[in-house]
Design a protein around this ligand. Structure first.
Ligand code: ATP
Ligand code: MG
Length: 692
């Protein structure tokens, strides 16, 4: 039987647009599954790339493969992430404009891997000179460093991104990569002091303890045993079979030197990482009145030594808070609980600020020294949508961010595409789709969105609690179709909710959030004298991270979620000014296993990623459109009637031009201001004619 199967039966179709016009979700799924089992993890929907995580190494990323895809028309070879990367690059080169690649999918779907493959492709395929090679190496090696400090093992993914990353790769006129710039978004700092069962802290801690050289560890006062550090053992899984901390340590060390970290920088950096571990081990005793004390604490001596802060200052800072009285400063002692809280807050602040410093430092080394005009390709790789058995403030932020990216995708593809046809007077049968704007609004609307309500509660210290926040939400948004709590739920749903929970119906599914800790994490308070203590540090990085110019303002700093919201607005603006391309990543199973294609799981992702709708719009629509003027300007040499000077209107010129090129009536449509071309291959043929 096998032999009688046609290639198409066996390997499926490489572009969904070519499937039967009435493709059902099941047929869509069949095609994906077929291809997955043949190790064909990539499939197109037009120029959008769908990628299914194979959970095994495939022999498709070699230099030879890269060469094969370089400069070849998109649809001439089997779908590949390299084909997409190459197409983006060539479009940028020919149109001299900016682009971005939005990589999305849930946690563990393969976003970070995809973004690395794209970067590797550019590193190999771009023209190189000695100088450019330098930039290329730094671009590539920024990855292991940022992953060491910003990724961690979670229950969903052994290398889960715990920060959002947007990276611009800058190209000069000849297409050489001349520089880069990274923007990072909201690192999950709480992981520094707490990890859920089965999860780890950020990789770098384990790398240092497992891989650090003997004399380095001695200098840092560390023992080679992760189990000795409170901040590393809460998840009870310091060792992970898929991770080799020792060899990763070597990679990071090498990478740091390539991206221009001096010996002193690295010394200070690891001094900080070790200090965080020591901080976590500091134990407080209670004195007779129940106040926190530190008795000649070994760990504190190490922190003091490594950060260059006098012992007494540190001790005072960890056990007291400063209260400003009218004329003098008064120190009020902490209770033990309070001291533990302040210690953890300090550890989080130190790590979070050091991470930002690291990103800046990498950016300095990637900065483009050449001032000539350049174009960019942006890569967006952010933490994916995630649902755990208990979800907290962090998941709320991450899932909100994914909601915003989905909204951007909808705006740029489904919505604007259809609106454009209408505006241009192109006949069009509207494709219905679910617009998740309603959920974005529920979260971020001014005055009545969840973020506003949370911030309001954060402004009532002493009075507000996580529970009053929950009650406020019930009061203000209780009737919203995407929001439910124990109190608001019908009997059946109520059984699935605790009293301290609220549930959001996200575009990607339901998530139940436990409200405990929301106020605290959103406030992210660091006691003022915590900052003052850090300012006395002799460690250059800490000095930089806690500048004396930082206002001690009586004004409250912006809350975490509000800062995050503004940074996402900024990101959206950056993206909207560029041409979009998409990679949609799919996770085939929850067990991180190769060869397992879970239909239910994949079907769910196909649904919420809006792939069917995208296919419908793509199939009925036009892959390419350009203003008449631009189209004419580029291709007029191909037609004697329009070359060299065309005197009529641009639309008339284009009409003559395409007649000359032999476009068939069903291949294109003329809109009010633009020409619409159905298939990219039509345009490729025109491009080829142009090259001859
Ligand atoms: P998160 O949102 O948690 O950061 P992610 O989408 O970035 O998740 P990745 O870290 O890219 O997920 O992928 C998870 C794991 O899946 C990788 O560590 C790797 O083992 C495997 N994987 C992903 N893509 C590929 C691929 N193309 N080839 C082989 N393995 C892959
Ligand atoms: Mg990732």
């Amino acid at each position: 039987m096998e032999a009688s199967l046609t290639a198409r039966d066996r390997v499926g179709i490489q572009d969904f647009v070519l499937l039967d016009p009435h493709t059902s979700e099941s047929a869509f799924l069949d095609n994906l599954r077929k291809r997955f089992h043949e190790n064909l993890i990539y499939t197109y929907i037009g120029t959008l790339l769908v990628s299914v995580n194979p959970y095994k190494e495939l022999d498709i990323y070699s230099k030879k493969q890269m060469d094969t895809y370089m400069g070849v028309n998109f649809f001439e070879l089997p779908p590949h992430i390299y084909a997409l990367a190459d197409n983006v690059f060539r479009t940028m080169q020919s149109e001299f404009n900016n682009h971005f690649i939005l990589i999305s999918g849930e946690s563990g779907a393969g976003k970070t891997e995809a973004s690395k493959k794209i970067l590797q492709f550019y590193a190999v395929s771009c023209p190189s000179t000695k100088l450019l090679n330098n930039v290329r190496d730094r671009l590539l090696l920024s990855n292991p460093v940022l992953e060491a400090f910003g990724n961690a093992k979670t229950l969903k993914n052994d290398n889960s991104s715990r920060f959002g990353k947007y990276m611009d790769i800058q190209f000069n006129h000849q297409g050489g990569a001349v520089g880069g710039h990274i923007l990072s978004y909201l690192l999950e700092k709480s992981r520094v002091v707490h990890q859920n069962h089965g999860e780890r802290n950020f990789h770098i801690f384990y790398q240092l303890v497992e891989g650090g050289e003997e004399d380095l560890l001695r200098w840092l006062g560390l023992e080679r045993n992760c189990k000795n550090y409170r901040y590393l053992v809460q998840g009870d899984c310091a060792k992970v079979s898929s991770i080799n901390d020792k060899s990763d340590w070597k990679t990071v060390r090498k990478a740091l030197s390539v991206i221009e970290f001096s010996e002193r920088d690295t010394e200070h950096l690891f001094g900080i990482i070790a200090s965080v571990l020591h901080l976590g081990n500091i134990k407080f005793d209670a004195d007779a009145r129940g106040y926190a004390t530190l008795n000649n604490n070994q760990e504190m001596h190490w922190v003091s030594k490594l950060l260059g802060i006098p012992n007494q200052v540190l001790q005072q800072g960890l056990t007291h808070r400063k209260i400003e009285a009218k004329t003098e400063e008064v120190f009020s002692p902490f209770s033990v609980d309070h001291a533990v809280y302040a210690r953890d807050a300090l550890a989080k602040a130190i790590y979070g600020r050091t991470f930002n410093w690291l990103v800046n430092k990498i950016n300095e080394s990637l900065a483009n020294k050449d001032s000539s005009r350049k174009t960019v390709i942006g890569l967006l790789d952010i933490y994916g949508f995630e649902v755990f058995s208990v979800n907290s403030f962090e998941q709320f932020c991450i899932n909100y961010c994914n909601e915003k990216l989905q909204q951007l995708f909808i705006e740029l593809t489904l919505k604007s595409e259809q609106e454009e046809y209408e505006m241009e007077g192109i006949e069009w049968e509207p494709v219905p789709y679910f617009n998740n704007k309603i959920i974005c609004d529920l979260v971020e609307e001014k005055f009545r969105g969840i973020i506003s309500l949370l911030d309001e509660e954060c402004l009532r210290p002493g009075e507000a609690t996580d529970i009053t926040f929950l009650e406020k939400m019930e009061d203000k948004i209780g009737g919203h179709p995407h929001f439910v709590t124990h109190k608001l739920a019908d009997q059946k749903t109520r059984k699935t909710l605790d009293r301290g929970d609220f549930r959001l119906l996200h575009y990607a599914g339901e998530v139940t959030y436990c409200v405990v800790g929301f106020l605290d994490k959103n406030n992210d308070l660091l006691y003022r004298n915590g900052k003052e203590v850090m300012r006395q540090s002799k460690n250059a990085i800490i000095k930089h991270c806690f500048p004396s110019t930082e206002p001690d303002s009586k004004r409250r700093p912006e809350t975490v979620v509000t800062q995050f919201k503004s940074s996402l607005v900024g990101l959206t603006e950056i993206l909207m000014s560029k041409e979009p391309w998409y990679v949609r990543c799919i996770k085939p199973n929850e067990a991180k296993q190769p060869g397992h294609f879970n239909d239910v799981l994949v079907r769910h992702q196909v649904k919420y990623l809006g792939l069917m709708e995208h296919l419908r719009v793509r199939r009925a629509g036009f892959a390419y459109r350009r203003k008449y003027e631009i189209f004419l300007q580029r291709y007029k040499p191909l037609c004697p009637e329009t070359w060299p000077n065309w005197k009529g209107t641009a639309a008339e010129g284009v009409q003559l031009l395409i007649k000359h090129l032999g476009y068939k009536p069903d291949e294109y449509k003329m809109g009010r201001t633009k020409i619409f071309i159905r298939h990219p291959r039509t345009l490729f043929a025109t491009e080829d004619a142009f090259q001859v």
